[in-house]
Ligand binder design. Structure first.
Ligand code: SAM
Ligand code: SF4
Length: 341
């Protein structure tokens, strides 16, 4: 922690259910160079620049949370690596790693810019990154991401390996799209020493399509994998909501994030901030607190801390995601690219 920033006394962030908030995800931009079908509509309207926190403001915000006991910081988006000068933010935040206040600084990325930034990320103290890859078929990849180029992502992954970054692959399970490819992705990931985490689609934000067509319950994927692989439950935790198994045949780890079939709220230790400084206490609820106004109202951080305290005081017990045909509208109106994954 910055010596100059006094620790708010006795001030860990504890929510009304006794959960210690120790994990912050920060979306640094709502923009992206991909348009994944489950995440965005093709024609998106992005926020005006004045609404977006500057890199200095993002640093102040993250630093305030670190001074309150946040130990893990995940930078996400949109696509975090398309934000101009984003490495300046990583560089500044790395001081909290050096001081020991922060245990982990990490990022979730689509990998398109990794070739350029992997070495610098490692130099800033980033050790592990999540890279989203839903398919290894270049044609399907282009169809899912609309604008993406798989070969660039693969080059980025090579750069990450060269820089010594540990990689976890995130794949959204999509019915009829990558369902038949999961075995292959599993073997491919584990051969390269990557963990693989499968994610169920979540009903966030309007997209140009029907989510019930995409939704593939991971209980089904897991049952199918068990015909060919031995999955052993392991207590491995990364601070996120994934449940992990060890795959006996490959020796690698496989995670499942199942917001719809399994409620993981009871151990939730995280909150999210958008690039406009809106704090969401729960990914699946609308309730939010504006941290941009207190950030901009004064140079000191007292107002900011007061707003954070007030918000954590109303972190809800859990979410209420439903995907069904009766409720055609998304359960939560904002896109994942707004809140960050
Ligand atoms: N652009 C970066 C990326 O794709 O990794 C970071 C932001 S993205 C919003 C973070 C994660 O959310 C990605 O792994 C993405 O696949 C996932 N995601 C996006 N929309 C989703 C949805 N509706 N349901 C489940 N996962 C979603
Ligand atoms: Fe962009 Fe990530 Fe959303 Fe895909 S999932 S559109 S890469 S923000």
């Amino acid at each position: 922690m910055d010596i100059a920033e006094p620790l708010r006394q006795g001030t860990s962030l504890i929510d009304p259910f006794g959960r210690h908030v120790s994990y912050l995800r920060v979306s640094v931009t709502d923009r992206c160079d991909f348009r994944c079908v489950y995440c965005m509509a093709e024609d998106m309207t992005f926020l005006p620049k004045k609404d977006i926190l500057t890199l200095e403001e993002l640093d102040r915000l993250c630093t305030a949370f670190v001074s309150r006991g946040v130990r893990k910081l995940r930078i996400t988006g949109g696509e975090p690596l398309v934000r101009r000068d984003i490495m300046q933010l990583f560089r500044r935040l790395s001081r909290h790693l050096a001081s020991g206040a922060l245990e982990e600084l990490t990022l979730t990325t689509n990998g398109s810019q990794l070739a350029r930034y992997a070495a610098e990320l490692a130099d800033c103290g980033v050790k592990r990154i999540n890279v989203s890859v839903d398919t290894l078929d270049p044609v399907k990849f282009h169809a899912i991401t609309r604008w993406g180029d798989l070969s660039k992502v693969l080059t980025g992954l090579d750069a990450a390996a060269k820089a010594g970054l540990e990689v976890k692959i995130n794949a959204v399970a999509l019915k009829g799209v990558n369902e038949d490819e999961i075995d292959h992705m599993l073997v491919w990931s584990h051969e390269r020493g990557y963990d693989l985490t499968l994610i169920e689609t979540m009903p966030l934000g309007d997209i140009d399509g029907d989510r019930t067509d995409q939704y593939l319950p991971l209980s089904r994927v897991r049952a199918s994998l068990m015909d060919r692989f031995t999955l052993e439950d392991i207590p491995y935790k990364t601070g996120g909501p994934a449940r992990y198994v060890r795959v006996k045949e490959t020796g690698g780890r496989l995670g499942f994030i199942t917001p719809l079939t399994h409620n993981f709220c009871e151990s939730c230790n995280r909150v999210r901030v958008t690039c406009t400084g809106t704090l969401f206490m729960c990914l699946g609820q609308e309730d939010a607190a504006d941290l941009r106004a207190p950030l901009r109202a004064s140079e000191g951080d007292d107002l900011l801390h007061a707003a954070i305290d007030e918000a954590i005081g109303r972190k809800p017990k859990g979410h209420d995601f439903v995907i069904d045909r009766v409720r055609a509208a998304p359960a939560v109106g904002r896109h994942m690219s707004v809140t960050g994954g």
